[in-house]
Design a protein around this ligand. Structure first.
Ligand code: SAM
Length: 207
């Protein structure tokens, strides 16, 4: 599956030519080269796809980024490679600490905290953020709770990945997001659904 995705993303060359068809017949004598980007966690490609569809940048060069639910660091890599001024990751599962530590060792503009996003006091970081990326494997209600918590911190821009979970009525869920945004002082700049299980909302703090 990973190999197929890498081929479809144009990351595999056979005899110096990009091959886009996973069923391409490779000879024993062929030179096969795989781009290093093939190892990027899926989150990296998710942000790339969102930007491609929206034709606008989620993370800009020089941005100060908070990544809530960093996992193996897909959004983190994306932001660092875009040229973020700094990126802070927040993740509660210890199983990702090795990968996040590796990124921290490679970039002095990245640090991470192992903590529960629902309880971590952002003020303790003494840092400002231009954009907060929120991608938590929780029911929509949980993601919206993070919005409440960020709203009180005056964050300017928020990118929310909302898992649809058990909710069937996506339109009602979108309306609910709209209402919450109003309540916490945000407007929805864009909302898109690229796959069945989640959609993405870009929010901006009202002046
Ligand atoms: C879909 S993954 C995020 C993928 C990530 N954006 C990337 O780019 O690879 C969701 C992550 O949220 C983390 N998570 C879920 N609930 C959390 C919480 N309350 N606090 C911190 N992290 C949480 C999970 O452990 C998981 O690693």
């Amino acid at each position: 599956m990973k190999a197929k995705r890498a081929i479809r993303r144009g990351l595999v060359r056979v005899n110096k030519k990009i091959v886009l068809d996973p069923s391409y017949d490779v000879k024993d004598s062929s030179l096969v080269e795989v781009d290093k980007l093939a190892d990027m966690p899926e989150g990296y490609w998710k942000l790339m796809e969102v930007e491609r569809v929206l034709k606008s940048c989620i993370v800009k060069e020089g941005d100060r980024v908070l990544d809530v639910g960093s996992s193996a660091g897909g959004f983190v890599h994306f932001s660092l490679m875009r040229g973020a001024e700094y990126v802070v990751g927040l993740e509660y599962s210890k199983k990702f600490s090795r990968q996040l530590k590796e990124i921290e060792d490679s970039y002095n503009t990245f640090s991470f905290i192992m903590a529960n996003a629902f309880y971590f006091p952002l003020k303790d970081l003494s840092k400002s953020f231009d954009i907060v990326l929120v991608d938590l494997t929780v029911e929509p209600e949980g993601t919206l709770k993070v919005l409440e918590y960020l709203g009180s911190e005056c964050v300017k821009n928020i990118f929310l990945s909302i898992k649809i979970g058990k909710r069937r009525d996506v339109d009602a869920l979108k309306r609910e997001i709209g209402e919450r945004c109003e309540r916490y002082g945000y407007s929805i700049v864009n909302i898109i659904k690229l796959e069945k299980s989640e959609f993405h909302a870009i929010l901006k703090r009202k002046m």
